[in-house]
Design a protein around this ligand. Structure first.
Ligand SMILES: CC(C)(COP(=O)(O)OP(=O)(O)OC[C@H]1O[C@@H](n2cnc3c(N)ncnc32)[C@H](O)[C@@H]1OP(=O)(O)O)[C@@H](O)C(=O)NCCC(=O)NCCS
Length: 171
């Protein structure tokens, strides 16, 4: 399969975040390139298992795995969920899938998750030189906001309104 072959949306699905994807995500988030792009912290296995065990009780986070056929390729979700808004995050841990237009589908899924929760806004943090991600977010209706990122000033914050009839994420 060519590295740039587009992956059709009907071959993609989201599913629960289970132990199998937890194991994969351990390698993904500890990959230096991915860790930089998503501003992830180095995690050890025990720490990750402790975090995983708390997920069932948490109402402020929602995590899903991303699948192409029977291959888990990434993770996405909402965090800091309030009654009004949440922070979107997502990454394709399998680098063979970068640049193949899965991002549009991921944002459509994030919008759907936000609608299900009745949220009015989602926001995200992105490095300005992450061109692929910035292009994707602009294309799907996100705008830069002036809010300074509290965790790391290198990151910019973008936001997008969520409409009840928000079916097509392209603007
Ligand atoms: C960010 C991410 C979700 C985007 O999904 P994707 O399916 O790879 O992206 P797409 O193929 O839809 O490309 C998005 C845009 O970037 C462009 N693009 C693709 N590869 C690019 C590259 N190497 N450099 C610059 N732009 C690129 C595409 O042409 C597209 O723009 P267009 O629609 O105007 O043509 C995915 O690449 C990823 O997970 N990356 C690693 C982690 C990460 O950066 N996460 C986001 C942190 S904020």
């Amino acid at each position: 399969m060519s590295a740039l072959e587009v992956v059709p949306a009907d071959q993609l699905r989201i599913d629960k975040f289970d132990e199998h994807v937890l194991d994969l995500s351990f390698y993904w988030v500890n990959d230096p390139e991915i860790r930089t792009l998503i501003d992830g912290q180095h995690v050890d296995k025990a720490e990750q298992l402790r975090w995983f065990s708390t997920l069932g009780q948490r109402t402020d986070v929602l995590i899903r795995s991303i699948w192409h056929g029977n291959v888990a390729i990434g993770v996405m979700g909402l965090k800091h969920i309030t009654s009004d808004d949440a922070e979107y995050w997502g990454y394709l841990g399998n680098k063979d899938y970068w640049g193949r237009q899965i991002g549009l589908w991921m944002i459509a899924e994030a919008v759907r998750l936000a609608q299900e929760r009745g949220l009015r806004r989602i926001y995200l943090r992105v490095l300005p030189d992450n061109e692929r991600a910035v292009r994707l977010y602009r294309k799907t209706g996100f705008h830069f906001v002036k809010t300074e990122d509290k965790l790391d000033p290198r990151f910019l914050v973008m936001e997008r309104k969520i409409m009840a009839n928000d079916q097509n994420v392209h603007e």
